[in-house]
Design a protein. Structure first.
Lengths: 181, 193
């Protein structure tokens, strides 16, 4: 019970985001320009794009999980700074050394999608690590709730027949799906 | 039957009914969260047919062509279809155990049908990510209904769980602590990610 109360926000988030994804709710990707500024630092030719991106993010005080695209033949590097509430797109153009920072507007279905998909231990940032650990906690909790629920049901003799009917029906339907689709 | 009794029984029976989905969504998150690189799946060609169909121009609706490819290949159910380069149209039929892919070679006017061997990682992640009402298969849509039912079930279990907790005055202090700590941790993670 206490574990369920602790993890209630995650479970609510996963339930709502699953509904949004199951119904393919649209995810608008409107960006608002935050800043458009000169970037004074230069990089040695051949510097890996990820290293350039990390330096730019650090200089802009935007450290955190990111992906990088480019550079394109015209020297444009696009950094996608992942953010749960408001992801940012940072575009660096080498020929004029400009950095444009754009922020995605917060809207519900995009936020739910990002929340549902955020996982893994690949990013070296504390918040990402905390999220990945919380996802593992949800995994353990779901299996634990299933097993402890079975045990608690079995301890209540009055509910055995109806419980068995529900469990067997659910299991039958699930196995049918696994085989049929 | 009192309301409290009804809530307890509903919590129990819906939980037992949806138990396989709860375990599946939990277990299938392991490979997704740990991003373990799966071994490349093995695809085996099971058939090749002569096939000719008009291909819509770029940006056109490929689904009718996809359905025609599914029918010609003798595969039933839902599918995804996409244009893979100038000369190929691919249809993917995401069967849980052994998915099929159907490749239309426009130049050769052939349809090749391939089946993927069973692979545990793909099986788990396939069940986790399967959903939506737009795949065109009846049972795929029924599966999507169950995905919605599980989601609504989760929300109802939270609500009924909070109600049952509130009915136990002796657990309120620790319950508030757990609820508050969870909400704070969640808010901090969301705000800093």
């Amino acid at each position: 019970m206490y574990l369920a109360l602790f993890l209630a926000p995650w479970m609510l988030g996963y339930a709502l985001s699953t509904i949004a994804m199951n119904h393919r709710m649209p995810r608008p990707t409107a960006f608002i320009t935050e800043t458009d500024q000169h970037y004074p630092n230069a990089f040695e030719p051949g510097t890996p794009p990820r290293e350039i991106a990390q330096q730019i993010l650090s200089d802009l005080d935007l450290d955190g999980a990111f992906g990088v695209q480019g550079p394109t033949p015209d020297g444009r590097l696009t950094i996608n700074r992942q953010g749960m509430l408001s992801p940012r797109r940072i575009t660096f153009t080498t020929h004029d050394r400009r950095v444009v920072v754009e922020r995605m507007e917060l809207e519900t279905s995009g936020f739910l999608n990002r929340f549902h998909r955020r996982r893994g231990y690949q990013q070296p940032y504390t918040a990402d690590l905390a999220m990945a650990i919380s996802v593992d906690a949800v995994i353990v909790a779901m299996v634990f709730w299933a097993l402890s629920g079975l045990w608690m049901w079995w301890e209540m003799r009055a509910t055995r027949w109806w419980g068995l009917a529900c469990a067997a029906t659910g299991m039958g339907i699930f196995v049918f799906f696994v085989i049929a689709i | 039957m009192t309301f409290a009794h009804f809530v307890r029984r509903a919590h129990l029976y819906t939980g037992l009914f949806l138990l396989p989905w709860v375990i599946m969504f939990g277990v299938s998150t392991i490979p997704i969260n740990h991003n373990s690189a799966p071994a490349p799946p093995t695809w085996t060609r099971v058939a090749e047919h002569p096939f000719r169909a008009d291909v819509p121009a770029a940006g056109g609706n490929l689904r009718p062509l996809g359905r025609a490819m599914m029918n010609a290949a003798g595969v039933d159910g839902g599918y995804f279809v996409n244009r893979a380069g100038a000369n190929h149209v691919n249809v993917n039929h995401p069967d849980f155990l052994t998915p099929a892919r159907i490749i239309y070679d426009i130049e050769r006017q052939t349809l090749s049908v391939e089946r993927r061997d069973f692979a545990m990682w793909q099986f788990l992640s396939g069940m986790h990510t399967r959903g939506g009402y737009d795949m065109g298969g009846f049972w795929d849509s029924v599966w999507a209904v169950f995905v919605d039912v599980v989601s609504v079930g989760l929300i109802l279990w939270i609500a009924s769980g909070v109600y049952m907790w509130w009915s136990l005055p002796s657990t309120r202090r620790w319950g508030w602590t757990a609820l508050g700590a969870g909400a704070v941790c969640f808010a901090v993670i969301i705000a800093t990610l």
